[in-house]
Ligand binder design. Sequence first.
Ligand code: ADP
Length: 584
Amino acid sequence: MTESTFDDIFDDLIDPNEERQNFLSIFEALLPEASTLLVSEAGVLLAGARPLALAPSERERLVRETGATDGFVAGEAENGAHCQAVYLANLPAVLIFSCAAVRKDDLRSGSTSASLLRNTIDLALARQEREMLVADHEQAVRQISILQQQHGKLIEDNYRQYQLNQDREKEYARKLESEIAMQTAELREANVRLEEISRLKSDFLANMSHELRTPMNAIIGFSELLSEAPLSEEHLDYARTISQAAASLLTLINDILDLAKIEAGKLELEHLPFDLTEVVGNVAAMFKIPAREKGVEVACRIDSRIPRRIMGDGNRLRQILINLTGNAMKFTEHGEIDILIDHEQEASGRIVSRFSVRDSGIGIPADRVEAIFEKFTQADGSTTRKYGGTGLGLAICLQLVELMGGNLAVTSEVGKGSTFYFVIPLEEAPAENLPLREQQEAGLGKTGCGGRILLVEDNVVNQRLASILVTRQGYEVEVASDGAEALEHLRHQTFALVLMDVQMPNMDGMEATRRIRAIEADPALRHDYVGLRARQQPLAIVGLTAHARKEDEAACFQAGMNGFLTKPIVKAKLAVILSEMMPS
Ligand code: ADP
């Protein structure tokens, strides 16, 4: 079906000739004997069923004259018959007709014939108008139905589109959901894999740490002992070289392990009370002798507003300061090195402090200032040759300072010196809060059981080394190769202290410690152990482990140990712990 447009409908409605033709037909029907002619304003001729023949000149006259009057104008048809013309404003057009019944004179205005004819014309006009209205109405009805059709179609289209959109949305939502579910599953899987990798990495780190430190323990210990032996100058030099090389290798191992731990996100800072003055004082003291040999002064100053006892990780703070002061020493030939701790401001119970290590050394070129904080990067290529080092120290310090909530930076001038500094918030430690280790040591110090030490260690080289170190401190040593053997020794002998290796075959140090504590707690069992039954206080047990992680230390204390020493055993640290824990 071809659809009508509004324009078509409108054209139908406004065709004026159709109206005129229509009028003519009605008029002819009312006056059947008349012959007619209708002239539109534009001069178009419309003839009725019985057309009137009229000379053009006469027609033009009639048209002209009807324009000037309301009434009829008389004329003459070609056949000589009378005709009448009248202007019809409604159409608009001039009606010319000839009717034998109407004489020329009958059309005077007001005459009966004129009135009759006028009425006939009005009637024809009225009918025509009525027909037009009916047509209009029909057109309107058609138009409405078309509109309704179109409206219905629009509604249908809209509904179809709506359904389509709904389906599409549902499909999209379904796809999105399954995509999200898939990605979530993938992420979960990846997360599990990452956790596994991270666990493996962390285990690997722990094992590496153990595997590397155990032989280092022997190398450092024995080369130290060798340096103290009566040797020729040449051999002494060899021994010292081994000792120094081993010490720097140990530093490198520690640095690499630290960095790996930081990068794996495994490095956690402690939050324990420590003595800031002691930490800073120790660092300055460490460098006093080598500085004096070089002719450099080392000084430290702490702002009096900063409290002595601080909460945090004292060991890591010490590590940062040792690194920065070590660098300052390395790159300074004369002048002085200052370790300064300044009070910057106080906010919500925290003291914001600035730690600086200032030297009068070689300085750092401006274009290298950023690079030196990167791993394995030094200020210039000749640094390693001339001063040694690996370029790891500052990278580690930077990360540690960030973990402490600060930023490490430097100001420097070539030839004048450098100042490395960082600003961190410090929290004062509550007065009574002693760290766990100090508490345990305080309560379990002197045992009053003489100078015998039980060394529990599976590695023969380490047994020898530790025995020599302990003997040199003036104590007697008994050796057990694992935890079970240690328990056997305690069954028959008394000891003032146990140095307990953690990782051993058969029965490890943790298990042995737990058993010793269990025996101590049970009077019936204790009775069978000479080494435990007469004691007023628990036996002092110091863990020895190559694992230097915080969690290893915590695990030792949790198993019931009272002290902790990392391997390689540092002679000075062993001396300190023995002097604190052994009876004097
Ligand atoms: P390393 O000292 O082992 O090379 P660091 O990361 O500690 O590694 O230092 C990186 C580099 O930064 C050093 O090699 C040196 O070039 C430069 N540097 C560090 N501290 C100083 C300093 N106080 N004076 C001059 N240069 C320094």
